[in-house]
Design a protein around this ligand. Structure first.
Ligand code: ATP
Ligand code: MG
Length: 496
């Protein structure tokens, strides 16, 4: 491994209304290294990336690139200097197809007299970039029609489609399956061999040891230290991130479960899943395991009235129900924390407070209007409980860090007073400290008699939190087991 610093941040300060996101950060990236950057939600990781990308300008400090001070004025300039970025919140244009997105603003031309865009080349090169990542999607698919996992791979393909000197990946694996993650990691290793400097941000702490050479920890906008991976234990990293230890991350304990509250019989939805049957009791946490793409999200959407049901029934509190829309489901007492929190879960331009209460307005009714004092109390309560980092509850949700946006969406799904809660990948993109808080909350909810369905691709989370586990594969249930029977091997075997 070469060890030239290709990039250095010196004393970077960045302030936003009400928060100092970076408080004089120093950071160094070397050629041929994978440098992992970790820190709790809101610690300033993505802000540093956006400063490098020319999206934000720092208030103070310098960026040294190849030994010379530079100012990154625009994303185009950063791109031309050889900096490729996979953003945490996808940066793709929904109405365009994959090829158009990958070659956006750098479309190849053909023809001598009349220069025209060379579409053939766009699609054949897009095809080969996707193939190199073993992604099997048509380059002409429209972005809006793709599931989240595919979007993440397209975003990655876009960054890898150009020769870069610095590659930044901000939470690239949060929606990827194990296999896709392996593909990405092997590409990263190749690029590293070629001398590319890689900045890698992740909340999946188990990835640090697998992929990283060095690690830097941020806390509240400050660098807490850097070191070689061999010299840092995960425990030590967590302590640097949070300022405290986490001993037992899964607070599961045995609980009494009650009557059946929800059941699904031979449920099918065209092209998605078929023949799904299971039941859920009050106070029970039912985990649904499986690989990304097993159609678990589609199942959740069908129960929630967001996807048409082909055949079969959903029974809720002893009665067959047919929800025509999510509004009906919420009204009846079913809540969903969506997987794609940015797309289905939040109103970007509204405040934190309005987002939290948007699904539960009927709980705030007072006469003809809303009880604003109660709203304030409720929002403050969730802010406290979930440790949502925001300058105020009036702040637009869009300006929160990725993980804190997710906590707001979680609060929204909790504030509907639902009796059944479906959590679809509840801790994706969430830091370890906040994960612990979310797990505590789930146990509390189950303890109060709520029925919980937890869809998760993280095996330790499924094993750590579920009372009972279903495994899905390609739209079918392939196994059901109790907490005691379950282990990683059995879950994988049923999922593959
Ligand atoms: N455009 C913005 N306007 C106002 N505040 C912002 C903006 N972008 C970021 N912030 C604030 O800056 C702080 C750092 O946010 P940042 O997105 O860098 O965190 P992060 O470390 O990437 O967190 P996560 O792990 O949740 O992605 C947060 O308090 C966030 O609310
Ligand atoms: Mg971030």
């Amino acid at each position: 491994m070469k060890s030239e610093p290709i990039l250095r941040f010196e004393g970077i300060i960045k302030q936003f209304p009400g928060v100092v996101a970076l408080k004089g950060v120093n950071f160094e990236l070397r050629e041929g290294e994978v440098h992992v950057l970790v820190g709790a939600n809101g610690a300033g990781k993505s802000t540093l990336v956006k400063i490098l990308a020319g999206v934000y300008q720092p208030d103070a400090g310098r960026i040294i690139f190849d030994g010379k001070p530079v100012t990154m004025k625009t994303p185009e300039q950063a791109f031309e200097m050889g900096i490729s970025i996979v953003y945490q919140n996808f940066n793709l244009i929904g109405k365009m197809d994959i090829g158009q997105n990958i070659f956006l603003n750098r479309e190849p031309l053909k023809g001598r007299l009349i220069r025209r865009i060379d579409w053939e080349r766009i699609y054949s090169e897009t095809q080969s970039v996707l193939e190199r990542l073993h992604v099997n999607i048509d380059p002409k698919s429209k972005i809006d029609d793709l599931p989240v996992a595919d979007l993440q791979m397209v975003e990655i393909a876009k960054a890898l489609a150009v020769q870069s000197r610095i590659l930044v990946l901000d939470e690239p694996t949060s929606s990827l399956s194990g296999q896709e993650t392996d593909e990405l990691f092997s590409r990263i290793s190749q690029l590293k061999e070629e001398g590319v400097a890689i900045l890698y941000i992740s909340h999946r702490l188990e990835e640090i040891k697998r992929i990283g050479d060095r690690v830097t920890v941020f806390r509240d906008g400050e660098g807490m230290g850097s070191g070689n991976i061999e010299d840092m234990s995960v425990q030590k990293i967590i302590k640097m991130m949070l300022g405290r230890d986490i001993k037992k991350i899964y607070p599961w304990r045995a609980r009494e479960t009650g009557e059946e509250i929800l059941s699904v019989n031979n449920l099918a939805s065209s092209n998605a899943f078929s023949d799904i049957s299971f039941s859920l009791r009050t106070g029970e946490i039912l985990g649904i395991s499986g690989l990304v793409g097993a159609k678990r999200t589609e199942l959740a959407h069908a129960i929630f009235g967001a996807l048409p049901i082909g055949s079969g029934q959903v029974r809720f509190k002893g009665r067959t129900v047919e929800f025509r829309s999510p509004k009906d489901a919420i009204h009846a007492g079913i809540g969903l924390l969506p997987e794609d929190k940015a797309k289905h879960g939040m109103f970007e331009i509204l405040s934190v407070a309005s987002n939290v209460t948007s699904a539960g307005l009927k709980l705030l009714k007072k006469g003809l209007g809303l009880d604003l004092n109660k709203e304030k109390g409720v929002v403050e309560e969730y802010k406290e409980k979930l440790n949502i980092m925001t300058p105020s509850t009036k702040t637009q949700i869009e300006s929160l860090s990725g993980g804190n946006q997710q906590k707001v969406v979680l609060a929204k799904s909790l504030f509907t007073n639902s009796e059944v809660l479906i959590f679809d990948e509840p801790t994706k993109g969430i830091d370890v400290g906040a994960k612990e808080e979310i797990y505590n909350l789930m146990i509390e909810l189950a303890g109060n008699g709520k029925g919980i369905i937890m869809i998760s691709s993280e095996l330790p989370e499924i094993l750590g939190m579920s009372d009972r586990i279903l495994v899905m594969k390609e739209g079918r249930v392939t196994a059901e087991m109790s907490r005691e029977e379950a282990n990683q091997e059995k879950l994988l075997e049923a999922a593959l």
